[in-house]
Design a protein around this ligand. Sequence first.
Ligand code: ZN
Ligand code: ZN
Length: 283
Amino acid sequence: MLPADNHVHSEFSWDTGVNASMEETCRRAVEVGLPSIAFTEHVDFTEWGDHDHPPPAGDVAQSADVPAEIAERERVHAIDIEGYLASIERCRGMFPDLRILSGIEAGEPHHFEGSVTAVLAQGRFERVLGSLHSVVHNGRLIYADRLFRQLPAHVVVRDYFEELLRLVEGSGVFQVLAHCDYPRRYWPAAREGEYREADFEEEYRAAFRALASSDRALELNTTSPLASTTLMRWWYEEGGGAVSFGSDAHVPLRVGRLFDVAVDIVEAAGFRPGRDEYDFWRR
Ligand SMILES: [Zn+2]
Ligand SMILES: [Zn+2]
C-alpha cells in the first residue's frame, strides 16, 4: 500500500493550468492505489494584512526608499474558499473509498501570520503545509528561482536556509514543512555544477532540529529532485519523528508520482508506516 499523498493542487490553486481538476485527481488517486490525498491549495498574498510581519527593509542604499512591499507576485490570487470546500464535499461523495483531506500550502507563513490565520478561520483545513518559495532580498520577498539570476547560487541557497529557519521558528500554523530545499529545483547546474546536499549539511540540520523540537513532520516532495536517504537520515538523526509524502502534483497524472521510490528512501533512513495507512510514516 502506498502512503497518503499529503500535497496536491487542483484548479483552486493560482498556479495551476487548464488540466488541473480536483475530480480527475481523485479518480487518478484511486487508480494508482493511494489511500488518501490532501488538496493543499496555495495560500499566498500580494498585500500585507493585519498582524502580518513584513521583513525589515534591506540595509543597502538602493532599498532605503523602497517600502517593505511584496515583490514580483503578479500572478498570485486569493483562493475561492467557498468553492473549494464545496468541491471537496462533492468529491468525497463521488469517491467514498478515497480519504480526501482539505488543506492549504501556506507560503511564508512567518511573514503572513495574520493573513494565514484569517484564511484558516474560514473553514476546516485538515492538512496545513508551511512553505518557503521566496527569500527576503533588500527588504522584499523575491522568488528563490529569480535570485539565481542575480546572485551566486550558494549565496541564494544559504539565504534560503536562513529564512527557512526563521519560518520554522517563527510560525506555528503549519504541521508539515514542505519541500525544505525548494530552490534546488532551479539550481543553475550548467553554471555552478551539480547541487550537492553535503554543501549545506549544517543548514539542513539546523532547520531539521528546529522542526523536530516542535514535533512536526518533514515532507518528502517527489517533484523536487527526489530527496536522498542521506537527507532523510539527517532528519532522523536530528530527532525527526514523522515523514509526510507529497507529490506536489499540479495535474491529475502526477498524483502519487514516484511514491514507490520515495518509500524505499524513507524506509532506508529508519522510518516505518505509522498507525494506519492514512498516517505519516514514523520513526
Ligand atoms: Zn510549494
Ligand atoms: Zn505545492
